[in-house]
Design a protein around this ligand. Structure first.
Ligand code: UD1
Length: 422
């Protein structure tokens, strides 16, 4: 078990370079299966979720070779269409391996992913869309057995713009006969990055980022090299940490358009922000103003993956904020921990009312999910005294050695190994 020990109260300042986006690289690594060739993926972040994806790819026969400037995935030697249950459990998002495995092998067997820390996370939208393409899916004893003799392009209207379902359909449809149109797809920048990777491999996909995606299936693909887009959520998390400590920062390798909602809410809270080609510069005020309301929405709305960090910012702002989480059911688990540090928050269903206090005080808190865990670190950086954040394996899923990155901009934070008494 590992934990972070944080000595709070230091202003964060300096420059910070963003790594490749977790939510872009994971589907792209899955999509390498479609091609049956080598792909070189550059700006691949060093995260535990990415390691889990490598383990799955190796388990089904692919070759994963790390090089200094990227990773080479060779999916030619794939020899299995079964993803073992223990690997599915390690990473819930492995559900989007379904589409590429069906495209490549005509089959996929995986366990039902079930719920996770932030909500129930059903996959009904994935399944009904894949069935429309011609996939037969049998669900029994927690397993999903998917088979397709042939995939046939069609019009698929998603009831909700699910990110994972959009990606699954895009990947499966690369092998379908004719045209597939996805209506009401997710519009996240990571969807555009998946389109651009697949097109580099020879796919014919248009419309990612708009109301409709058009995929024309192809019989064969070729090798490719792709640079993953920068992580807009890592960027937002660092800005939140800096804003909470009243510091200033220049984010490098950033795409400000991808972060526009996060930047707009930071401006509303009193931060001065300048954005330009590849950078975001922010100067935080001594004390933030509360933003009256914030509601998470599918992109381009305010990202659910930034909700925990923003709620944390508001705990020390001047005034009261009302934060509504519309995407996931259980994304307020960090609230209880923040209250141990002196925050004043009331949760009613999917809404949290946050009354800003003058200060937070260090405490021993437990990380329960990825972004909630990062938020506790942010709170610890701004709190008076020492904060211990336990269970940081969740944070390692989405941030590459978070403590080293934060130390570079002035944080006093250490990773410690603890020995469980049991
Ligand atoms: C992706 C991101 C995650 C982000 C989320 C929303 C990755 C690896 N993860 O997750 O970080 O928080 O988008 O921006 O990219 N839903 C259904 N049925 C389905 C599919 C989804 O009801 O078949 C519901 C989910 O339970 C959730 C909502 O739709 O309430 C959004 O889910 P979705 O957009 O699919 O998120 P993920 O792809 O799982």
């Amino acid at each position: 078990m590992e934990q972070f020990r944080i000595c709070g109260g230091k202003k964060l300042t300096g420059e910070y370079e963003l790594t490749g986006a977790k939510n872009a690289v994971l589907p792209i690594l899955a999509a390498t299966i479609v091609t049956g060739h080598e792909s070189k993926i550059k700006s691949c972040p060093n995260l535990s979720d990415v390691q889990s994806m490598f383990t799955i790819l190796k388990e089904i026969g692919c070759k994963v070779t790390k090089e200094e400037d990227g990773v080479i995935i060779d999916t030619k030697p794939i020899n299995s269409y079964v993803i073992p249950e223990h690997l599915m459990r390690e990473m819930r998002s492995s559900v989007f391996l379904m589409g590429p495995m069906i495209a490549r092998c005509g089959k996929a067997t995986l366990s039902y992913p079930g719920g996770c820390e932030i909500g129930l996370r059903p996959i009904d939208i994935h399944l009904s869309a894949l069935r429309k393409l011609g996939v037969t899916i049998k669900e029994s004893h927690g397993f999903l057995e998917c088979t397709a003799d042939r995939l046939v392009g069609c019009k698929i209207h998603l009831d909700f713009p699910s990110v994972g379902a959009t990606e699954n359909v895009m990947m499966a449809a690369t092998a379908a006969e004719g045209e597939t149109r996805i209506i009401n797809p997710a519009k996240e920048p990571e969807i555009i990055d998946l389109q651009s990777y697949l097109n580099t491999c020879g796919a014919d996909i248009k419309g990612a980022g708009t109301e409709e995606i058009l995929i024309r299936g192809k019989k064969s693909y070729h090798q490719a090299e792709h640079n993953v887009i920068p992580d807009r959520i890592e960027g937002g998390t660092i800005l939140a940490a800096v804003a909470m400590t009243g510091g200033d920062i220049v984010l490098r390798n950033a795409i400000p358009e991808h972060m526009s909602m996060t930047l707009s809410k930071l401006r509303e809270a009193g931060c001065k922000i300048r954005e330009g080609n590849g950078f975001v510069e922010m100067i935080a005020p001594e004390r933030l103003n509360a933003i009256e309301t914030l509601k998470t929405q599918p992109y381009p709305g305010f990202p659910t993956d930034m909700q925990s960090q923003y709620l944390t910012l508001m705990t020390m702002a001047r005034g009261t904020s009302i934060i509504t989480e519309t995407i996931f059911e259980s994304r307020f688990k960090h609230v209880e921990e923040l209250m141990k540090m002196g925050a004043r928050i009331k949760v009613d269903g999917r809404t949290a009312v946050v009354k800003g206090v003058d200060k937070l005080t260090g405490a021993r808190v437990v990380s329960k999910d990825l972004r909630g865990g990062a938020s506790l670190v942010i709170a610890g950086l701004a709190a008076e005294g020492e904060t211990i954040v336990e269970n940081i394996c969740h944070i390692d899923r989405g941030y590459d050695r978070f403590e080293l990155a934060l130390r570079k901009i002035g944080a006093d934070i250490e990773r410690e190994v603890t020995h469980d008494k049991n």
